[in-house]
Design a protein around this ligand. Structure first.
Ligand code: PMP
Length: 392
């Protein structure tokens, strides 16, 4: 009998040979500064739990109380009978927190991006996207069937030319506020100015800014920007420490999404206990500024200590601090060598990113000694990189 999966096996073998094969490490503890991975205790520098809220006792208690009050299942999609008072309250709280008239919560950020872009633009429209946008934004742009233009990373001149040269019924500019694999930020004021000049809408994915920047209110607040043209999206499974995402915008936009966004309409609502945990998280984000201050201290410490040791990180002022590597093989070898010294740092390789890198993420949950130790071990290991095999 022929093997029906021969082609799949060949594809995976090709990935393996190119050092691009991926597997899922099994974590047997809650997320935190230290985790047990495949049975080994490591300091985690790869989660997006930037404020250290993923196992926060107040959030856990809110989820438990939520389960006791609402059960664990929402029962149906939001438009049928799954939209419970906990979702409604959570949406009001999120909208008020980021200073928008209305908000909509969705089960994941991936789904939120699909929902917004496919609902707002179609065949007669055009979407303009930064080359380094998150995969979920790119997938959404493709799925929308709108004319899909990508501009070079943060290149406002190229974007302006594209906006001027592309006839369309509606124009939507789409960008990450903080680029997830680079840690740098979008020129938000410039993007908004172009949206205004070309009568476009601006969709901002603030997955990595919400909770961290703008006193927790996100990247738009950080830059002091507000406009009805801005459709703001942030995920709730990163700094907020829970799960899901929300879109905040004018009432009409949210109403339109409720009626038109297929990825919102045709999926079961997230459990109400998640909404309860998110509401509790917003309170912690608002009240505990010390978490952001601690995170900033760690960012400064890591960059300064590495620079003093001759190691240049990619330019980033956020919790995402990538170190570019000459090859996928070298990225894997350095990640493995760090692991032997007790640090867990993810090697990110194509096709996720154009160039291989270690993606170091910092959290308020880390202590100073852990960040210092990571810097010192990187400085010790990097010189051996010229022969990457010697690292592993
Ligand atoms: N946008 C960005 C910029 C992200 O980094 C991610 C998650 N990696 C998402 C969207 C998707 O969010 P979620 O994980 O909630 O699906």
């Amino acid at each position: 009998m022929t093997n029906p999966f021969q082609q799949l096996e060949a594809d995976l073998a090709e990935r393996r040979a190119a050092h691009l094969y991926r597997r899922r490490p099994v974590v047997s503890t809650p997320q935190g500064p230290t985790v047990v991975v495949d049975g080994v205790t490591l300091t985690s520098f790869c989660s997006n739990d930037y404020l250290g809220l993923a196992a926060h006792p107040g959030l856990v208690a809110a989820a438990q109380a939520g389960a006791a009050r609402w059960g664990v299942g929402s029962g149906a999609s939001h438009l049928v009978c799954g939209h419970q008072a906990a979702h409604e309250d959570c949406e009001r709280k999120l909208a008020a927190f980021v200073g928008k008239p209305a908000a909509l919560t969705l089960a994941t950020g991936y789904l939120a991006n699909l929902a917004v872009i496919t609902a707002l633009v179609g065949r007669e429209d055009a979407v303009f996207a930064d080359k380094l946008n998150h995969a979920s934004l790119n997938d959404a742009c493709l799925l929308s069937r709108a004319t899909f233009k990508r501009y070079a990373h943060n290149d406002l001149d190229m974007l302006e030319r594209q906006l001027a040269d592309t006839p369309a019924r509606r124009k939507l500019i789409v960008a990450d506020a903080v680029f997830s694999m680079d840690g740098d930020t979008a020129p938000l004021a410039g993007l908004l100015a172009l949206a205004e000049r070309h009568d476009a809408w601006l969709f901002i994915d603030d997955a990595h800014g919400f909770g961290v920047l703008g006193e927790g209110r996100g990247s738009m607040a950080e830059c002091g920007l507000d406009s009805p043209r801005i459709i703001y999206m942030a995920t709730l499974g990163k700094a907020a420490g829970v799960a899901g995402a929300f879109v905040a915008a004018e009432e009409i936009v949210i109403d339109y999404l409720v009626n038109m966004a297929r990825p919102y309409i045709y999926t079961t609502a997230a459990p109400a206990l998640i909404a309860e945990a998110v509401s509790a998280s917003v309170d912690v984000i608002a009240d505990e500024a010390w978490r952001r201050e601690r995170l900033q201290d760690h960012i400064r410490l890591l960059r300064d200590r590495l620079a003093a040791g001759g190691c240049q990180l990619m330019p980033s002022a956020t919790a995402i601090q990538p170190l570019e590597m000459p090859s996928s093989e070298a990225a894997l070898a350095l990640s493995a060598a760090l692991r032997q010294r007790g640090h867990w740092v993810a090697a990110i390789r194509p096709p996720t990113v154009p160039t291989p890198r270690l993606r170091i993420t910092l959290s308020a949950a880390h202590d100073t000694a852990a960040v210092q130790q990571l810097a010192d071990d990187l400085i010790a290991l990097l010189p051996t990189l010229s022969s990457p095999r010697s690292l592993s």
